[in-house]
Design a protein around this ligand. Structure first.
Ligand code: KMH
Ligand code: ZN
Length: 279
């Protein structure tokens, strides 16, 4: 099956590691809330979920038991492609981040370089990138390359030239734009990044952090790209209007996609596009 070109891959990133539950009680931080969110977002048109989990105190965690239980619960309740974050929080040590693949997700995020991240640093040294990439090849987990900056595009080129294609042979990237410290969330930056992508890239999506969310979504649709949305990336629908549920963000891009004559990709089509290993 080839995936028709009018299909729109919608990834939902419902939780992230940056927002405190106390500040945003509607953020899905428990397993029950995450599964409920995933179900509703799948029904609305999402085909992949980018997952960060929390502990009992709602703090970010990379606890392997919890990650494994989360993957299992999401598989049981949905048909979404389950992508675990290997980025974690800016405070997670690299060794813990390498262990994420032990939870046997379908896919994982893989950030292509170190980025200033607000007042913090999101650390991704080259030896860590190469180790994680080779691990993903060995474990047959499809990576999504997270590109926060133009320099990360160059690093992706180097990675593919040195270590070959990912498991499954497809190269899917996500442009994460508008992080304070990374590339801005503008149409101009998106066009520059897309123009620089290596030839091996078979699909790409984009997400704009905070207020850049709409500019990036519209630019991505204009360039034929896919979309990631969710409360990891944006907490308001408009100035002073909080997101009450991730499904609102999915609904909104389904509608934008409809206007751009794009049809939400099914989970089966997403598995085909990304060549996810059947598990
Ligand atoms: N939480 C950020 C520090 C990823 O998930 O791979 C990193 C992040 C990227 O969210
Ligand atoms: Zn993330």
């Amino acid at each position: 099956m080839t995936v028709p070109t009018d299909r729109l891959l919608i990834t939902v990133a419902p939780t992230g590691a940056e927002t405190a539950k106390d500040d945003v009680p509607q953020l899905p931080t428990t397993l029950e809330e995450l599964v409920e969110t995933a179900r509703r977002c799948e029904a609305a048109g999402a085909a992949m979920v980018h997952v960060h989990i929390r502990d009992d105190a709602h703090r970010p965690t990379l606890d392997l038991g919890r990650l494994t239980a989360t993957v299992e619960a999401l598989r049981e309740a949905t048909d979404l492609v389950v992508q675990l974050s290997t980025g974690g929080s800016v405070h997670d040590p690299l060794e813990r981040r390498l262990k994420v693949l032990d939870a046997e997700p379908d896919a994982c995020s893989l950030t292509m370089g170190t980025t200033n991240f607000g007042d913090d640093v999101f650390s991704n040294p080259w030896p860590f990138i190469t180790e994680l990439y080779q691990l993903s090849q060995e474990r047959e987990v499809v990576p999504e390359f997270e590109l926060f900056d133009l320099g990360h595009v160059a690093s992706l080129r180097r990675l593919l030239a040195t270590y070959g294609l990912p498991y499954g042979g497809r190269v899917h990237v996500d442009l994460v734009m508008g992080v304070p410290g990374g590339m801005p969330g503008t149409a101009d930056a998106l066009v520059a990044a897309v123009g620089a992508l290596p030839a091996e890239v078979t699909s790409w999506s984009a997400t704009g952090i905070g207020r850049s969310t709409l500019a990036v979504a519209l630019a991505s649709l204009s360039k034929g790209g896919h979309l990631r949305v969710g409360m990891e990336d944006v907490l308001t629908l408009a100035k002073g209007v909080p997101v009450e549920h991730n499904v609102q963000l999915v609904d909104r891009v389904v509608e934008l996609g409809r206007l751009a004559q794009r049809v939400p990709m099914t989970t089966n089509e997403a598995r085909e596009l990304l060549q996810v290993r059947p598990r």
